[in-house]
Design a binder for this molecule. Structure first.
Ligand code: NAD
Length: 328
């Protein structure tokens, strides 16, 4: 089997590629990634020389590059992880989010269909459902109600994916996952930002009252869910991915302070993010009952492993924080 993974130099895409190369000996991977600020070849160190791996440096919205690739290779599946993924950047400048997340998805769907790619998986997000009140969960039937330019671009892409199934009977699936954490996450996101600031003796900026709730999942649980959905999911179906693990941002900060033995004075409240969603919570029952997937990593121990990883890999994250080019 040959799979194109887009965005494979990023946090989740690289975790997926490492997992495939480690555990699926009959699968070859082509990584289609244009290496934005969030893409880092060092995420695949040790894997880049595998005869089962190849990196093609191109944008997913580059129709010539995508059609050339799919015309010249026999590809069985596309897993689209490539995205502009940071909400704050989308508030500052939405345009790259529309170009990559919406147009890029359409280009992959279009040429995937033209060149007979058997299956297409769209890696989406729980943020397409908008914000919850203090109770209830997002199911796959929850209406799309995105709040930020980022989540609106992801919801738009989901609609295109489902339209391609409806119109052309294209074999597509969508995963909508909650907030990920783990090694190799770019240090602009909450958990790696706090850990790396903690190592550097810098303050931890906490948005608003700190009571925004997110549903956290370890990245390798997400990767395993993606593989189950890609290989056994029903065409045209959406699968929520979550670990039933809700915590407010303040609770996450306090747990990290405890693990890193730092005082509460490290936390510095900052003005809230514009349009900040209050609560996300995923109901992953469909994935659990239909495909037998369950999150396997416990929150406290996986968070502890994540802290240790960042402590041991300063050479990976320090250049990202100072704006130096990534080291391989
Ligand atoms: P990331 O920002 O770490 O990585 C994105 C990758 O995509 C980078 O390697 C970048 O170079 C590449 N890329 C960006 N634009 C591209 C383009 N136009 N063409 C080709 N490559 C391009 O993102 P991530 O956190 O790994 O997220 C991966 C996917 O998972 C995204 O679609 C995101 O919406 C989704 N998701 C993320 C989370 C999370 O908590 N991180 C949760 C749910 C869903």
């Amino acid at each position: 089997m040959r799979v194109v993974v887009t965005g494979g130099l990023g946090f989740i895409g690289s975790a997926l590629i490492r997992w495939i190369l480690d555990t699926q000996p009959d699968v070859d991977v082509i990584n289609l990634d244009c290496q934005t600020y969030a893409g880092n070849p060092a995420n695949l160190i040790g894997y880049e020389k595998s005869p089962r791996y190849r990196w093609v440096e191109a944008k997913i919205q580059d129709a010539d590059a995508v059609s050339t690739l799919l015309a010249s290779e026999s590809v069985d599946a596309i897993v689209n992880c490539a995205a502009e993924s940071h909400v704050d950047r989308s508030i500052a400048d939405p345009e790259p989010f529309i170009s990559t997340n919406v147009l890029g998805t359409e280009v992959l769907l279009h040429y995937g269909r033209r060149y007979g790619v058997g299956k297409y998986l769209q890696m989406s997000t729980d943020e397409v459902y908008g914000s919850l009140g203090s109770d209830g969960f997002f199911t796959e039937e929850s209406p799309l109600d995105p709040s930020s330019p980022y989540s609106a671009s992801k919801a738009s892409a989901d609609l295109l994916v489902l339209a391609h199934h409806h119109t052309y009977a294209q074999n597509v699936v969508i995963t909508r996952c909650s907030n990920n954490y783990g090694p190799y996450q770019y240090p602009e996101k909450l958990i790696p930002l706090f850990i790396t600031n903690g190592v550097e003796g810098k303050p931890w900026p906490l948005y608003g009252d700190g009571n925004n709730i997110r549903d956290w999942i370890y990245v390798m649980d997400h990767v395993e869910a993606v593989w189950e959905v890609l290989t056994r999911g029903q065409a045209g179906r959406v699968y929520n991915v979550g670990a039933r693990n809700e915590h407010s941002n303040r609770e996450v900060a306090l747990e990290l302070l405890r693990q890193m033995e730092l005082p509460e004075t490290v936390i510095v409240p900052v003005d809230d993010r514009l349009g900040h969603d209050r609560r996300y919570a995923i109901d992953p029952t469909r994935l659990e009952t239909e495909l037998g997937w369950h999150a396997r990593h416990a929150w406290l121990s996986a968070l502890d492993e994540t802290v240790s990883w960042y402590r041991q890999h300063e050479t990976w994250w320090k250049p990202l924080k100072t704006g130096e080019p990534p080291k391989i």
